[in-house]
Write a protein that binds this ligand. Structure first.
Ligand code: AMP
Length: 192
């Protein structure tokens, strides 16, 4: 199995690059954000619990997120690996993921960080707003999520750096050029 974690703030192109990675390497996509949104749209008990938290752009408690993720991974049979997108966002989640995978004789092989600064992301959003005229309310929530990333999620990166698994890739530029960089670091790990 090959297990990849992809990091990057909202708006860094994580979704686009994840889709391309999945297509090329046939990994199963695990996006905790997508899973929460699905629970909300289906109005499940979990959906009811997290609806407000997502609306505010805050983080869902670790225990809730970890349980949901582990169940999803356990449900995916006969896959060649996973791409974890939006998880882990805290050290507790990263530690839980490591011990969960260890229990399956698996591990995280590689962590890719799409490098974009807070200023660049905010400038992109301001630019996008000029053309799309997004509602201000949405913009406030998006900025809250970006700040959540730079204040909390980035603290997970040293955890993987210490394990020698972190690769940083410039997240500003052409989609294809960024993807080529990702393919290069992935193939370094995958090819003998
Ligand atoms: P995303 O689509 O990954 O940006 O996630 C959307 C929202 O879901 C986040 O703003 C959080 O409220 C929640 N969420 C997703 N993943 C996590 C996680 N690993 N830990 C806590 N909350 C999460």
């Amino acid at each position: 199995m090959f297990n990849l974690v992809i990091f990057g703030p909202p708006g860094a192109g994580k979704g686009t690059q994840s889709a391309k990675i999945i297509e090329k390497y046939k990994l199963a996509h695990i996006s905790t954000g997508d899973m929460f949104r699905m629970h909300i749209s289906q109005d499940t008990a979990l959906g009811k619990k997290v609806k407000e938290i997502l609306a505010e752009g805050m983080l869902v408690p670790d225990s809730v997120t970890i349980d949901m993720l582990e169940e999803e991974v356990n449900n995916q049979k006969e896959v060649t690996g996973f791409i974890f997108d939006g998880f882990p966002r805290t050290i507790a989640q990263a530690e839980a993921l490591d011990s969960f995978l260890e229990g399956k004789k698996e591990k995280i092989n590689l962590v890719i960080q799409l490098m974009v600064t807070e200023e660049e992301i905010k400038a992109r959003i301001a630019e996008r707003k000029k053309t799309s005229g997004r509602a201000d309310d949405d913009e406030i929530k998006l900025i809250k999520r970006i700040e959540e990333y730079f204040q909390k999620t980035v603290h997970v990166l040293p955890y993987y750096e210490k394990q020698g698994k972190l690769k940083q890739i410039q997240g500003i530029g052409e989609i294809e050029a960024i993807f080529e960089d990702i393919v290069r670091v992935m193939d370094e790990q995958l090819l003998p």
